[in-house]
Write a protein that binds this ligand. Structure first.
Ligand code: NAP
Length: 327
């Protein structure tokens, strides 16, 4: 039997619940500890997931010897400091997307992983989605020829959220780009790499939060048309088109349960259901890396996280997306 991996949950909010319920489905994963800024919240989470070790401070969990790896699920702007503090205490880290707010933050996180000799990965879960994984293999084997066009979006109506929520509160790095725009950008990056040029335009809420961003990634022989927004819902279908065929990822593409391959007007549909909420696949990747003493994943590497945030920095510079805590 492979060794048990002890997980600690940092920030038991919305996504931590979905992630932790998936942890329950993974062999050798022990949900060992939870930390909240509020003891009652930690206790309630612990009771729902039968967690033995309960902490009313993130640092108390980092300095304890109850876990091997922490899952950081706080708003984006806390990721860097928490990831670094966890790693300084010898903990491996899986940190929710976006890993950092900007390239400088991501560089610091990567450096801490190297200095402390611990595993670190951004929780870009769509990279491990079975459909996207399979489509990557198909595209790499030239099943649809050369990719010349990608179209993907991520949008939901978020303007009814509280202005204190992380979606609309600038102090919590609000806006669509870092939260959900990261997914279409990831898709273009996965299949076409770094673009030569980026065109982008944003609209803003009266409080300064970016609420819509359209992007065109320009490559020598391809274009990607991407969008993220909080002003409307979207069906969220993605297309990867090539000289010999097309792949369509049906709604919602970032957590797909299958895909269609269209060649010479013939449509073939493939079903590839996610396990659980879809986090099982990234959890298995973390386990695989930890068991083989790797400090990073080959499927979503430190370089990948760095290049992804570089793309978001370029878009932010072009469209004027700024946060008050950045100088
Ligand atoms: N992979 C995905 O599909 C997915 C989906 C949604 C979100 N996410 C990512 O997951 C992260 C968390 O998102 P979420 O929607 O789960 O967030 P959330 O529910 O708003 O917050 C998560 C937790 O962060 C902690 N927190 C620490 N400092 C905070 C502060 N100053 N204000 C508010 N909360 C604070 C809180 O826990 P305590 O106070 O109890 O410590 C809170 O419960 C984000 O980075 C987001 O991008 C990923």
């Amino acid at each position: 039997m492979e060794r048990e991996i002890r997980w600690g949950i940092i920030g038991p909010g919305n996504i931590a619940r979905k992630f932790t319920s998936d942890l329950q489905m993974v062999d050798n994963a022990k949900i060992a500890a939870v930390a909240s800024r509020n003891l009652e919240r930690a206790k309630s989470f612990a009771s729902d997931y039968h967690i033995e070790n309960i902490f009313d401070s993130y640092d108390h969990l980092f300095t304890s010897d109850t876990v091997d790896v922490v899952y950081i699920a706080t708003p984006h702007n806390f990721h860097k400091d928490l990831a670094i503090r966890a790693m300084k205490n010898g903990k491996h880290v899986l940190c929710e997307k976006p890993l950092g707010i900007n390239k400088k933050e991501v560089e610091e996180i990567i450096q801490a992983s190297r200095e402390n000799n611990v595993f670190m990965m951004e929780g870009l879960w769509s990279r491990f989605n079975p459909s996207i994984h399979k489509i990557k293999e198909l595209v790499d084997s030239k099943e649809i020829g050369e990719v010349t066009y990608i179209n993907a979006d991520f949008a939901f109506y978020g303007l009814d959220r509280s202005e204190d929520s992380r979606v609309l509160n600038l102090d919590l790095a609000s806006g669509s780009l870092l939260d959900i725009g990261i997914y279409p950008i990831f898709l273009a990056y996965l299949f076409l790499g770094m673009p030569d040029e980026i065109h982008a335009s944003s609209n803003f809420h009266s409080n300064g939060t970016e609420i819509q961003t359209s992007m065109i990634f320009q490559y020598p022989n391809a274009q990607a048309i991407l969008y993220s927004g909080l002003t409307s819902d979207s069906k969220m279908e993605a297309k990867i088109s090539g000289t010999k065929g097309e792949v369509v990822i049906p709604t919602r593409w970032h957590e797909a349960d299958g895909y269609s391959l269209i060649k010479q007007k013939e449509i073939q549909k493939f079903e590839l259901p996610r396990k659980g909420n879809g986090f099982v696949h990234e959890i298995l990747e973390v386990h695989k890396c930890l068991v083989s003493n790797k400090l990073k994943s080959n499927l979503w590497s430190h370089k990948n996280s760095l290049e992804l945030v570089e793309l978001m920095d370029i878009i932010r510079n072009k469209t004027g997306i700024k946060f008050p805590f950045e100088v």
